[in-house]
Design a protein around this ligand. Structure first.
Ligand code: ADP
Ligand code: ADP
Length: 239
C-alpha cells in the first residue's frame, strides 16, 4: 500500500500554466523529494495530488485508484464527494504552517480526525494519539496547547496528526521552512525515522542535506515541468 502515479497533470491560474504536464511515479515505501526554485509549481503539485486544487488536465492515482474520477464502462466520470474523500483519506498532508487547532491540546489535535472522520471512539483515539505523540518525542507534551509548544514541537504534533489518519502516503510542503534553524533538525529526524519505517513520502523541501541523505528519488521542478529526476547521487553528484 502507498503507491502514487501522476500522468499529465496540468494546472493553470488565470490563464497562466503553473503545471505543464507532470508525470510522476512513487512506489510503496519510496521517499521522493521535490526540489527546485521558488515558483516552480512544487506546492501547487502537492495540492493537486491531494485535491486541494482541481486539475485542469491529467490524473492522479493512489494505489491504482484514480482520485476524483470513477471508471465506468471504459469512461471516466467525476466521482462523488464521498468517493473522492475516501481515496483522499489515503493522503496525509503536513504544511509549512502547522495549522493546529489552537483551542485543542496536542492529544486532542491528533485524536480529532480519527473521531470525526474515521468514527473511532474518543478514548481509543486519544490512547492512539498519545502513542503517536510519544513516537515523535512528545510524550511529556501531550496535554499542552499549541501556544505552549515550540515551532518544532508543533510541527511534530502536525506530523502525528497526519499519521493518526493512517494515510498510505504522506505529503510534506516545506515542513521546516517556518522553523527557527535550531528546530529544523528535530523535525527532519522524525521524517527520517518515518522514511526508515517504510512510509511513502513526497517532500517539498529546500533541505538539500535531507534530500541527499533520505530521498530515494529527487525530482527537480522548474517552470511547471520536471526537469530532471533520479537518485540523489545522480542529481547532486557523489558525496
Ligand atoms: P513552489 O512551491 O515551487 O514555490 P508554487 O506552486 O507555490 O511554487 O507556485 C507556482 C506559481 O503558481 C507561482 O507563480 C505562484 O504565484 C502561482 N500560484 C500558486 N498558487 C496560486 C493561486 N492560488 N492563484 C494564483 N496563482 C498561484
Ligand atoms: P508556498 O510556495 O509556500 O505555497 P505561496 O506564497 O506561493 O507559498 O502561496 C501561499 C498561498 O497563496 C497558497 O495558498 C497559494 O495558493 C496562494 N497564492 C500564491 N500565489 C498566488 C497568486 N499569484 N494569486 C493568488 N493566490 C496565490
Amino acid at each position: 500500500r502507498g503507491s502514487l502515479a501522476l500522468r499529465g497533470v496540468r494546472k493553470s491560474y488565470h490563464g497562466t500554466e503553473i503545471l505543464r504536464g507532470i508525470d510522476l511515479d512513487v512506489a510503496p515505501g519510496e521517499v521522493v523529494c521535490l526540489i527546485g526554485p521558488s515558483g516552480g509549481g512544487k506546492s501547487t503539485l502537492l495540492r493537486c495530488i491531494n485535491q486541494l486544487e482541481s486539475l485542469d488536465g491529467g490524473v492522479v492515482a493512489v494505489d491504482g485508484e484514480l482520485v476524483g474520477y470513477t471508471a465506468h464502462a471504459g469512461h471516466l466520470t467525476e466521482a462523488s464527494d464521498r468517493e473522492t474523500s475516501r481515496v483522499r483519506r489515503n493522503l496525509g498532508m503536513v504544511f509549512q504552517q502547522f495549522n493546529l487547532f489552537g483551542h485543542l491540546t496536542a492529544v486532542q489535535n491528533v485524536a480529532t480526525g480519527p473521531v470525526k472522520v474515521l468514527g473511532r471512539r474518543k478514548a481509543e483515539a486519544e490512547r492512539r494519539a498519545r502513542e503517536l505523540l510519544a513516537s515523535v518525542g512528545l510524550a511529556e507534551h501531550a496535554g499542552k496547547y499549541p501556544s505552549q509548544l515550540s515551532g518544532g514541537q508543533q510541527q511534530r504534533v502536525a506530523i502525528a496528526r497526519a499519521l493518526a489518519m493512517e494515510p498510505a502516503i504522506l505529503l510534506f510542503d516545506e515542513p521546516t521552512s517556518a522553523l527557527d534553524p535550531e528546530l529544523v533538525g528535530e523535525v527532519l529526524a522524525v521524517m527520517k525515522s518515518l522514511a526508515a519505517g517504510g512510509t511513502t513520502m513526497v517532500v517539498v523541501t529546500h533541505e538539500m542535506g535531507f534530500a541527499r541523505e533520505v530521498a530515494d528519488t529527487v525530482v527537480f521542478m522548474e517552470g511547471g515541468v520536471v526537469v530532471e529526476q533520479g537518485p540523489p547521487a545522480q542529481l547532486f553528484g557523489a558525496p
